[in-house]
Design a protein around this ligand. Structure first.
Ligand code: PRP
Ligand code: MG
Length: 212
């Protein structure tokens, strides 16, 4: 029998809540994230533990049928991928932040500035729609350190509790987008696996209603 292949973040802010919603819908998964792949015991499902940023490509290629992923990652790398359900957890913002000493008034204050980020497409789209030109420095993590080491004048990164901004003497000045975990589907999913995904989505909906 066919199994639905679903991608889940291997580690990071979505991992635990993703595993929790699978558990809450009554799916028990054999092993933890040390394995890159695990099977459900009581539902036709295989879980693939992947890096967040790789998931849009796996969906596009049909290597996985579905994913639990941050909406922000799809906005950055997978605007062609369909979101079929918002899951309400792992909420965050993607925001512009500057040093507290920066006398920021409006978006045009970013004109000609150096912006460090892991979200270049999101930033470029934001700058373009506001007719601002800036220089992007693309880095993969610890973005908030960039202004303190003189690498950038501003950053764009995820803000959740705001603690990382605070610790690095930065202030949020623009919210580019708000994000939460979503269930996304591959455009190449087979009819058979779509039927399994429909069942999974239905279970998710029931649990989400109960959580409200
Ligand atoms: C993420 C993100 C922010 C921070 C936001 O970083 O890149 O830096 O969390 O969360 P907060 O507002 O609750 O502080 P993470 O710790 O996952 O590490 P990374 O940037 O090195 O990937
Ligand atoms: Mg970070």
């Amino acid at each position: 029998m066919s199994k639905l292949k679903i991608a889940v973040q291997k580690s990071g802010r979505l991992h635990e809540d993703s595993m929790k919603i699978l558990k809450d819908v009554g799916i028990s998964i054999d092993n933890g994230k040390d394995q890159l792949k695990a099977s459900a015991r009581n539902f036709p499902l295989e879980v693939f533990y992947l890096r967040n940023g790789d998931i849009p490509q796996y969906l596009r290629d049909g290597v996985v049928d579905a994913a639990i992923i941050g909406e922000n990652v799809l906005i950055e790398k997978g605007q062609d991928i369909a979101i079929i359900e918002k899951l309400g957890f792992s909420t965050c913002k993607v925001s512009v932040a500057v040093p507290k000493s920066f006398k920021y008034k409006c978006i045009s204050d970013l004109q000609g500035k150096r912006i460090a980020t892991s979200y270049p497409n999101t930033v470029n789209q934001f700058l373009k729609s506001n007719e601002v030109e800036a220089n992007l420095h693309i880095i993969n993590g610890s973005v908030e350190i960039a202004p303190n080491i003189g690498l950038a004048d501003a950053i764009v990164d995820i803000v959740s509790s705001g603690s990382t901004l605070f610790k690095n003497n930065l202030k949020e000045v623009e919210v580019i987008l708000k994000s939460e975990a979503v269930l996304a589907a591959s455009p190449l999913i087979s009819e058979e696996n779509q039927a399994i995904l429909d069942r999974l989505q239905f279970r998710f909906q029931s649990v989400l209603k109960g959580r409200q």
